[in-house]
Write a protein that binds this ligand. Structure first.
Ligand SMILES: Cc1ncc(COP(=O)(O)O)c(C=O)c1O
Length: 384
């Protein structure tokens, strides 16, 4: 079988089709499915971008692995925000969004016959990118009993001499689970012992609902010597999903290998976007972040209140803009979500969109307008 044929079907296209059908039939759909912020990029960043676009120096090919000024700004931000010291030249790589970095990562270290460990529940790109590189994704479970953290013994049991990568994602999509130092340290030890590169996809790290500052995995690792990297993205931090900018930081060898793949694949991020990112991570960072994430606590409260009234169990968290909910009764996640669309015009995502481990769960995204959140909550509360 060819690599493309091995890719699993994309569940979200089925949801999109059902949504379009409902809309065509005149249903006023409330879409709480996708995790794409409804609010615009902060105005200050748009101003910086407009200025940067006018600069002819920015019209040429960008610095492929990231502009020196941005890499400096990233290093300074990691230091100030997370207490992590990196060398901006060898330990930082600018990405065209974290999806691009995740997509290319297996090409940097996976050969035919190699495998990677991917979470089930997880962002589908980890496994898909592994398949496209000719490798085999091996899934490990994230279970509610362990607060959606993996079981170390299961991870070790899946590893062999051909295991190249372990993908983790904390704060987690879709569950909102978070990981602390007592989780990271033994996982890093295991990967170091087995020569497996561990990547933490930290796309949601800055989206916290109580102002707390989450732990960067890099703070726990000795990444000069240990094979780990973390991917941070400006997409959700600053409502910039369309801008395409993120970065990898960590072990120089691992980051360098990814950079070598990118040299053959792309020509970097538009320098005007990189200039804007450098500004965003600088002095203005805290104010900008607050202006973005302040939308979510009240939305979550409105939604969780309605779910609780409806007798639906919610996984408690202050991380990410997702609400991870248990399907009531014995109905499958897919049936429950399709009934939600048919009966109350509500789009929510079945947990099975993130792997078989999502059976019995569904995800609500808080990235819709306050009005849509309130309307969605009303529909849930009154749904019989
Ligand atoms: C877990 C996770 N990782 C990565 C991404 C990709 O983010 P980016 O916009 O940085 O490519 C997403 C996007 O939804 C995601 O949910």
């Amino acid at each position: 079988m060819g690599r493309l044929e091995k890719l699993p079907p994309y569940l979200f296209s089925a949801i999109d089709a059902a949504k379009a059908k409902a809309r065509a039939a005149g249903v006023e759909v409330v879409d709480l499915g996708v995790g794409d912020p409804d609010l615009p990029t902060p105005q200050a960043l748009i101003e910086v971008m407009c200025e940067a676009v006018r600069n002819p120096a920015n019209h040429c090919y960008p610095a492929q692995k990231g502009d020196a000024a941005l890499k400096q700004a990233i290093a300074a931000w990691l230091q100030k925000r997370h207490g992590v010291t990196v060398d901006p030249v060898s330990q930082v790589l600018v990405l065209i969004g974290s999806k691009e970095g995740l997509g290319h990562l297996p090409l940097s270290c996976v050969e035919e016959g190699d495998n990677t460990l991917v979470p089930d529940l997880g962002y589908p790109v980890y496994g898909q990118a592994t398949i496209l590189a000719g490798g085999e994704p091996r899934t490990f479970a994230l279970r509610p009993e362990l607060n959606f953290l993996p079981d170390l013994a299961e991870l070790e049991g899946l590893m062999d001499d051909h295991t190249r990568l372990l993908f983790l994602n904390y704060p987690n999509n879709p569950t909102g689970a978070t990981a602390e130092a007592d989780f990271w340290r033994p996982v890093i030890d295991l990967c170091t012992r087995r020569g497996v590169t561990m990547v933490n996809d930290a796309a949601y790290m800055e989206v916290t609902l109580d102002g707390s500052r989450p732990l960067s995995m890099l703070k726990v690792a000795d990444f000069a010597n240990e094979p780990v990297m973390e991917l941070h993205s400006l997409s959700k931090m600053f409502n910039m999903t369309g801008w395409r900018i993120a970065f990898a930081a960590g072990n120089a060898e691992a980051v360098g290998r990814l950079g070598r793949v990118k040299e053959s694949m792309d020509s970097g991020v538009f320098t005007a976007v990189q200039d804007t990112a450098a500004y965003a991570l600088g002095e203005a960072f805290e104010g900008l972040l607050d202006s973005v994430v302040r939308a979510y606590p009240e939305r979550r409260k409105v939604m969780v209140d309605a779910l609780t009234k409806a007798g639906i169990e919610v996984f408690p968290t202050v991380a990410t803009f997702y609400v991870w909910c248990r399907v009531p009764g014995a109905e499958s996640a897919a049936d429950f979500c399709s009934r939600a669309l048919d009966e109350v015009g509500l789009v929510v995502t079945p947990g099975t969109g993130f792997g078989a481990g999502g059976e019995g769960w569904f995800r609500i995204s808080l990235t819709a307008s306050d009005e849509d959140i309130a309307e969605g909550a009303r529909r849930i509360a009154s749904w019989k």
